[in-house]
Each structure stands twice: as C-alpha cells, then as structure tokens.
Design a protein around this ligand. Structure first.
Ligand code: ATP
Length: 365
C-alpha cells in the first residue's frame, strides 16, 4: 500500500464546557466530549439540536461563547479556520465549476503554497483514493453527483488534515448512492486514519458508519457510545425514542444486584433488566424492549405479557405485530419472516409475548 495515503495521524478533539449563544438563544448548552484519534465519530440529533453549530466551532467558523476546544491537547479555540489542521466537507460540496477534477483537488494545496511536484503526487494519490483514476482532466460538471461528492472529499483530504468534519455530506444523494457512499466514507476513514466528525440527523446512517455516536437534543449531549450501546442500552427516553423503534413499559423495581435489576411488570411477571451504570433504579421505572427482541406466540401461564393483536404490517423480510396489552399499553413485536407465507396471527387474536432475560433496559428518570 501507498504510505503517503495511509500515513495515519488522526487528531484527538477535546470539547470542554462548550456553550454557544446567538443573542438570547442558546444553541449549545455546556457540551463536554472527547473525540479519540482515528475515530469515526458522529453527532446525531434532530434538526436544530446544535450539531452543525458544534461542528462549525471545531472548524473555527464560529467561536464558543464559553469553553475550550483542544486538538491533541493544545487549545485551538482562538485560531482562525485556516490555522487549524481541520477541513470541512459540506452537503452542497461547493466545487469550482470552471476547474477540472485535478484542479479542484489541488486547490487547497496551492493556497498553502506547496511545491508543484508535491501537488501532482498528492492529486494522483487522492484520485486513486476516491477511485477516480484517469478522470483528473475532466470538468467537474461532467461528473455524477456521487463522483462530485468524491472530488469534494479528495479536495478536503489532500492537505492531510488531522480532522475531517462532514456536515450531512450525503443528504443530497439518492438512497442507493447514499448507501454506497456510506461504505466509501468508512473506507476512506480507515485508509487515511484521519479522525472523522460526521453530522447527521439520520439514525441509520449513524449506526452504519460510526465507531461512536453522540446523541444530541436541544443543545446538549444526551448519550455517547458505540452504535450497539446507543441502540441496545439507551440511557433515557429521548435516546430510546430517537433511535429505532421501541416499546416502553412501566415497571416496579423489586431488587438490584450488580448491574441487573428484577422488575415487576403490570402483568405481574418479573423479569431482569439492565440499567445505566450511573443511575441505580428504585421504585417505579420505565423500561424499553426493542420490537425484534420480543416474540409472540400462544398465551401460556409463563408469558411475560398478554395482549390482543390490533394490526399486522407485512414488510417483506419482517412482520410487525401491533398489540394492545391487557393494561392498555401498545406493544410491537417484530418477527422475521423465515419462510414465505402468512405470519400465523390474525387481528383480534389473544397472544402471549416473551423476551429473554437481559434484553430489557431501565431508563434514567
Ligand atoms: P440542522 O440539521 O437543521 O442544521 P442542527 O442540529 O445542525 O440542525 P444548528 O444548525 O446547529 O442545528 O442550529 C441550532 C440552533 O441554533 C437552531 O435553532 C438555529 O436556528 C440556531 N442558529 C444557528 N446558527 C445561528 C445564527 N447564526 N444566528 C442565530 N441562530 C442560529
């Protein structure tokens, strides 16, 4: 492999007590985060939660009202954008339409005054990296949307930043292209070793690509973790609700031992559930169970829950069974369709619902 494109130095970013006010509106409220070197890190949250503002502060386009931004331990809070070893790729990739592919990629290097020979070598490396060999002389306007986005990535990667910031870079692409660019971005991050900080409101995109995710809401970080932490162990209602489909159940804590609790459901059944390490549960709690972690079948005395089927949605690979539990709560079970045919349930059927010990998670109050 070519050491010039694989020479890895991803930067570590420390955000310490970051607050940002626009006039009287607080867009970012006391965010502290450590992004590790070489990590694919995603800021995920609904529109308006402050993720772009946070990214723009790392880039230097906005200054924090309070707090420090560190890169590899050094305070970069007061540096101008072009003084930071950080580059940004935007959604509307903003290529120069009158320049060729190679000239677009070379642009940042020219601005930095790099020698011509070096620029030529780096541009060729970058063309190879983004699979556009032989296309250097093409006008960028002759490329497809996906190819243009790859040129924008090559242009941003060419000066070897320690950190690449990506602000919803795939949202202008159609679904199929977006899926293939997700794999491409992941590959580019692994091959270059550059720390990627990716902004999206698309939870599936975040789960697919990230080493770790910070879920944001209203200017604050609600939870940081690997995709499976965030999905299987949501710490609070907002996170559980924002990521995937979820069933919420009310329960009472019976006992706690180590990292597991026994809880009693309204059906009277007792199950074991895990909980966030910093929030030992007591009294009444809310628990979550993902639809695919539950099973529906004929009701027995051992069933954890009982309910009546109120809707059946066939989705090709899966069937969603929407139930009304005896206490009036709604509950969804997602079953894989192992073989062709009907799922075996009809509207109005009374069913038993079961799930294995350990799949339920108690939420923080
Ligand atoms: P989106 O995905 O819609 O871009 P976001 O999570 O990235 O959402 P931000 O763009 O960071 O959100 O904006 C956070 C809040 O700050 C929003 O309510 C926005 O209107 C406000 N905001 C952002 N920039 C400014 C500005 N320059 N002046 C005033 N308010 C701003």
């Amino acid at each position: 492999t070519d050491t010039r494109t694989t020479a890895a130095h991803g930067g570590a970013i420390g955000l310490h007590g970051i607050k940002k006010w626009f006039g009287t509106f607080q867009a970012v409220d006391d965010v502290t985060l450590d992004i590790r070197p070489n990590e694919f890190f995603t800021l995920l949250g609904p529109s308006g939660c402050g993720k772009t503002t946070l990214l723009r502060m790392i880039a230097g386009f906005e200054l924090p009202t309070e707090g420090q931004i560190l890169l590899d331990g050094a305070d970069i809070s007061s540096l101008l954008p072009n003084q930071r070893p950080v580059n940004t790729v935007f959604q509307n990739y903003a290529l120069f339409p009158h320049l060729s592919v190679a000239e677009n990629i070379a642009f940042g290097l020219k601005m930095l005054g790099r020698p011509k020979a070096e620029i030529g070598t780096v541009v060729n490396d970058m063309l190879r990296l983004v699979h556009l060999e032989g296309r250097g002389d093409n006008p960028v306007t002759q490329l497809s949307g996906g190819q243009q986005q790859r040129v924008a990535l090559a242009r941003a990667l060419a000066p070897r930043p320690k950190v690449l910031l990506l602000d919803e870079p795939l949202s202008a692409l159609d679904l199929k292209l977006r899926k293939s660019m997700q794999m491409e971005l992941k590959r580019l991050q692994l091959e270059t070793g550059i720390t990627f900080v990716f902004v999206t409101h698309d939870q599936e995109e975040a789960l697919t690509m990230s080493d770790r995710i910070a879920v944001m809401s209203a200017g604050t970080v609600r939870q940081v973790g690997s995709p499976w932490d965030i999905y299987d162990r949501p710490a609070e209602r907002f996170v559980a609700d924002f990521i995937g489909e979820t069933n919420f159940l009310e329960a009472d804590v019976v006992s706690v031992s180590g990292s597991a609790a026994r809880v009693r459901l309204s059906s009277g059944a007792e199950i074991s559930a895990s909980f966030p390490a910093d929030a030992v549960p007591t009294g009444s709690v809310t628990i979550v169970v993902r639809p695919e972690h539950a099973r529906a079948g004929a009701p027995t005395g051992m069933s954890v829950l009982r309910g009546a089927v109120h809707d059946i949605v066939y989705l090709g690979t899966d069937t969603h069974l929407h139930m009304h539990l005896d206490d009036g709560t709604t509950f969804t079970v997602r079953q894989q369709n192992a073989r062709s045919g009907h799922c075996g349930f009809s509207k109005g059927d009374t069913v038993g619902i079961d799930f294995s010990d350990g799949v339920a998670q108690i939420l923080r109050d």
